[in-house]
Design a protein around this ligand. Structure first.
Ligand SMILES: Nc1ncnc2c1ncn2[C@@H]1O[C@H](COP(=O)(O)OP(=O)(O)O)[C@@H](O)[C@H]1O
Ligand SMILES: [Mg+2]
Length: 329
């Protein structure tokens, strides 16, 4: 089966007055049809820029190298015209801040229908009917009236729903959701996640869910890729990430989730230290300064992301951890 998205050796560098920033450092992965993949990692680890590069949306001081194929078509370096036939219709992205993708002075109806008229050759009338269906589907009450309003007339949560409707109206094959609920209050956050769950259950669309919150992926995703300093340090099924994490960083992340189910054990061991400076990455493992298990090889040699079991990979020189959490060397 051809993956929907296949990324190989992708790097993203930004040039800044202080020198180059290595935001993404040679990542390779596939997103398969119908799967929902969670991308987790601390803020600044390169989650967004990996997918901004895929979408061809890097800031002007950024440059991507390597390959990103959407159903076989190379996106890196693709001409804008051709790229525009894919992004926004077959591959769409929703952002943390809906105002970045909504145009303030255009009615919601126009913003929803434009893509249908332009990409799908629909009549205004049919497009409007479809827009109405979409607003219903993302549970915007009183959709008919709402359609003729402007973005500022919507609350933050409702705007986020409009953006989700916009991202879905063309029935994309790949939806990239970049922290779609982070800026919202807890109740709305839960509603948006519930909506994502429904969408996932309804179609065979592939979803990439970018989040710094492991809790978000638990109910939504089937696979997780953990990002650290511009690389993936562990990839596994959701179940394995929570119950048998094998990279020390993943163990730290999982260990820092408050245990609501076991109030006595609500340890919050935030991982000590800070991520490395992306302008001066160390020669060896990028996690070495924060790792409790560091040894000579970690300082001398950067571990690669290697498969170690069916569907699992890690970039770590340790053998792993046993079921009791004891390190294996
Ligand atoms: N336009 C830019 N110029 C310089 N550095 C940037 C730019 N955009 C992003 N970065 C840097 O790239 C790194 C990765 O960013 P990002 O992918 O947004 O992180 P995440 O989404 O994981 O929080 C960060 O250190 C960020 O400061
Ligand atoms: Mg981000």
């Amino acid at each position: 089966m051809t993956p929907v998205l296949s990324v190989k050796d992708m790097t993203v560098r930004f040039s800044t007055p202080e020198g180059p920033v290595s935001a993404v450092n040679g990542v390779s992965f596939d997103i398969l049809k119908g799967e929902c993949v969670g991308i987790v990692g601390e803020s600044g680890s390169g989650k967004s820029q990996t997918f901004m590069a895929v979408m061809g949306l890097l800031a002007s001081n950024g440059k991507a190298t390597g390959s990103a194929k959407f159903k076989g078509d190379e996106l890196v370096g693709m001409k804008r015209d051709k790229l525009n036939t894919i992004r926004g219709s077959k591959m769409t992205m929703i952002f943390q801040d809906p105002m970045t993708s909504l145009t303030p002075h255009l009615k919601i109806s126009r913003q929803l229908t434009e893509v249908l008229v332009l990409h799908k050759g629909m009549s205004e009338r049919d497009a409007r009917a479809k827009a109405l269906i979409m607003l219903d589907r993302v549970k915007i009450p009183d959709a008919k009236r709402r359609l003729d309003q402007y973005p500022h007339e919507f609350s933050g949560g409702m705007r986020q729903r409009v953006m989700i409707a916009m991202a879905l109206i063309c029935e994309p094959e790949l939806l990239i959701a970049d922290e779609p609920s982070t800026a919202l209050d807890v109740t709305v956050q839960a509603q948006i996640l519930e909506l994502m769950q429904e969408l996932r259950a309804q179609g065979n669309m592939s979803i990439v869910m970018i989040t710094h919150d492991l809790g978000v992926v638990a109910g939504l995703c089937n696979r997780v890729m953990v990002m650290y300093a511009g690389e993936f340090c562990e990839t596994a099924s959701v179940d394995e990430i929570f119950h048998d994490p094998q990279h020390p960083y993943t163990r730290g992340l999982v260990g820092s989730i408050p245990r609501l189910d076991k109030p006595g054990e609500e340890r919050l061991t935030a991982i000590r230290g800070q991520p490395p400076n992306l302008q001066h990455l160390p020669k060896g493992c990028t996690f070495q300064e924060r790792c409790d298990y560091v040894f000579d090889r970690c300082i001398a040699e950067r571990p690669k992301l290697l498969a170690f079991a069916e569907g699992r990979g890690k970039s770590c020189h340790l053998k792993g951890f046993d079921a009791k959490g004891e390190v294996l060397r």
